[in-house]
Design a protein around this ligand. Structure first.
Ligand SMILES: [Zn+2]
Length: 236
């Protein structure tokens, strides 16, 4: 029988019972389990692990490993794209409000979520640890908080999103990209009072929903400011 030692650090300790935090944990095994398998035996999903990097390699008898969480940072010019499980509808809407590419379907099943994450390179955000442990999922993170506002703070922090906020960029209904549209083209869809003061409009390129920087936009910006975020864009 083989034996290895693991010690988990930082946010990875969230996955451990209190009495297993900050200490070396023993792992006994037969055969040749991979590092991924051994780490997930402790309840830590592999997409959250940054160090050691090669989780596919077999465990070596007698080794002692410090395990650290993945640092979620993008390369220059790259943006995070997300897919969210069916329990995170409010968080999905909040992320779209802030302009982030966010796939969300209320009836989505686990297999579909894992496949979309894998095929489209999207970060899977979920409250289901088992879903994150699926082999198909490369990028993903467990949402720890229960309240939607706390969830948003958590994800903005973990993925360093504060500098990438761009309101009025994504459709809140379908995630489509918003494009500028001439006022004349959509005059019949604008409430008469709004026509008087607003000159700039955007329309969803996928579902044609119309957007402008009305009173709801001001409320949204106040809400964004309350989170301590500066938006990159002021469309009107
Ligand atoms: Zn749309």
């Amino acid at each position: 029988m083989g034996r290895a030692l693991f010690r988990f650090h930082g946010e990875l300790e969230d996955f451990l019972p209190k009495d297993q935090r900050g200490t070396w944990l023993q792992y006994h095994y037969r055969g040749a389990p991979s590092l991924k398998h051994a780490i997930e035996t402790f309840g830590v999903p592999h997409p959250e692990v940054g160090v050691p990097a090669d989780l596919g390699r077999p465990l070596e008898d007698g080794e002692a490993l410090d395990v650290y969480r993945r640092e979620f940072r993008t390369q220059p010019g790259e943006e995070w794209r997300f897919v969210l499980d069916c329990h995170l509808g409010r968080l999905a809407k909040h992320l779209r409000i802030l302009g982030f590419d966010t796939v969300y379907r209320p009836q989505a099943e686990d297999g579909w979520l894992a496949a979309v994450s894998h095929d489209e390179g999207r970060v899977l955000l979920t409250m289901d640890r088992g879903l994150l442990m699926r082999g198909l999922v490369d990028r993903g993170s467990l949402v720890r908080s229960a309240a939607p506002r706390d969830q948003l703070r958590e994800i903005l922090g973990r993925f360093h999103l504060a500098g990438q906020v761009r309101p009025l960029r994504r459709c809140l209904r379908c995630n489509g990209l918003l494009v500028d549209v001439a006022k004349d083209e959509v005059l019949d869809q604008i409430p008469p009072k709004t026509r008087l003061w607003c000159q700039e409009y955007r329309r969803c390129s996928a579902c044609s929903q119309l957007y402008w920087a009305g009173s709801h936009y001001e409320r949204m910006m106040a809400w964004v400011e309350n989170l301590g975020i500066r938006a990159n864009q002021n469309p009107c």
